[in-house]
Ligand binder design. Structure first.
Ligand code: V47
Length: 390
């Protein structure tokens, strides 16, 4: 057993940048001054970071903040994704995963099947189940409560990170309960924290086009506030690389930052690159490596109150995730084992990655791999069991 340390304690780094900050882009100079003195960046700073041609200078600044917070540490976890159903009433243009009830490819797991899925395909003891799915028109809240209770009975040591703000709001409405009552029921069943999906882009103009039938941006934020007030941690995401502009992205990040000032309930921010294949926006091009790396860096710089920035390897590819560890990210996510949302939308990354391979990627980036649990406590392993530092 070890002891957890504060995220915000300065950590030592063997790779501290020896070069002073340099740039040809005069717009970055005042931003660099703010970053180096720990002052908060504003909306226009965010725009300048998105628009600067000097990606190395933007990366230098993000890396500076990242190393101040985490030194050389880069986190990963041993997790399993479970998607109990892809049946969804929302029909979002951005999504290739959701299916109408009864249509080809639609599935809903029986509870036994979901529990078997949880146990399958992994040879390493997972510390987290990541559970998200579609907005099913008929499944009652009890199905999800039984799913979680059954998982807790079978895998009491595994942290359950389940249901996006969108799913929670939908379940509450169907069960005719308030969000807080629904959260209480989910907590009692065994949900330990919430993932960050469904945030997409908060700006109404964009949201109306990419995910018209989901809760709006304010409702997503209000639900997250209630999650945090219920004593649960959550993550936050932003879907970029579709029809949004720089202003929409800065607006999204600053809204998350404002809520975090209020609740301190977010753990990790995960920028998600739009994958267009098999969606109603399939004509859009994919993001490039440079866009993805810049998004990581700008997120690290604007979200000064978020402890962690995750470069989700399955969405970014392992290679871009690895480079991101020097552009602001301190986490590459986990073993995953089975991924559907990105693979339905054309991802070519493997379905999962072994623990050893995640560690190799991190080490090769000159970082120190630390296995974490969902709450960022260090995990130590012997054979097939693990201990979490408390
Ligand atoms: O909510 C859906 C996005 C999210 C597409 O919290 C798409 O630790 C790109 O939220 N192209 C689900 N993105 C994934 C997610 C997540 C992943 C890993 C870790 C965590 C965490 C959260 O994926 C959805 C939506 O925002 N999404 N379709 C698509 N075609």
């Amino acid at each position: 057993m070890t002891t957890a340390t504060s995220i915000f304690e300065p950590k030592p780094t063997q790779n501290a940048p020896t070069r002073p900050f340099q740039t040809d882009d005069a717009r970055l100079e005042p931003i660099a001054a703010k970053v180096q003195t720990g002052a908060r960046l504003d909306f226009n700073d965010g725009l300048a970071l998105y628009r600067s041609a000097d990606i190395l200078a933007v990366g230098w600044l993000a890396n500076h903040v990242r190393e101040k917070l985490h030194g050389d540490i880069a986190y990963f976890n041993v997790n399993r994704h479970i998607n109990p159903t892809n049946v969804c009433v929302a029909a979002c243009r951005l999504c290739a995963f959701g299916r109408k009830k009864g249509s080809e490819g639609a599935y809903t797991m029986a509870l036994e099947q979901a529990w078997e899925t949880a146990a399958s395909g992994c040879t390493e003891a997972v510390t987290e189940f990541h559970i998200v799915g579609g907005l099913h028109p008929d499944l009652p809240l009890e199905y999800f409560l039984d799913l979680i209770k059954g998982l807790k009975e079978r895998f009491p040591q595994v942290h359950i990170k389940a249901f996006t703000m969108v799913e929670i709001a939908f379940l509450a409405r169907r069960a005719k309960l308030s969000i807080s009552e629904t959260l209480e029921r989910l907590k009692q069943a065994g949900v330990d924290s919430m993932p960050g999906g469904g945030a997409e882009i908060f700006a109404d103009r964009v949201r109306h086009i990419i995910c018209d039938h989901k809760i709006d941006g304010d409702e997503w934020l209000d639900t997250a506030r209630l999650v945090h007030q219920a004593g649960l941690k959550s993550n936050a995401t932003m879907l970029y690389g579709h029809i949004e502009n720089d202003e929409d992205r800065v607006d999204h990040l600053l809204k998350l930052r404002a809520l975090q000032d209020e609740t301190h309930g977010f753990q990790t921010f995960i920028p998600l690159a739009f994958h267009p294949d098999n969606t109603l926006l399939a004509h859009l091009p994919r993001t490039t490596g440079l866009t993805d790396i810049r998004q990581i860096a700008v997120s690290r710089l604007l979200l000064d109150n978020f402890p962690h920035i995750k470069a989700y390897w399955q969405m970014m590819t392992a290679k871009i995730a690895q480079i991101s560890l020097r552009f602001g990210a301190d986490d590459i996510d986990g073993t995953v084992i089975e991924e559907k949302i990105y693979h339905d939308a054309g991802a070519t990354t493997p379905q999962g990655m072994r623990r050893q391979e995640l560690m190799r990627l991190i080490t090769a980036a000159g970082r120190l791999p630390v296995e974490r649990d969902t709450l960022y406590r260090a995990v130590t392993r012997s054979e097939d069991t693990f201990t979490v530092a408390v």
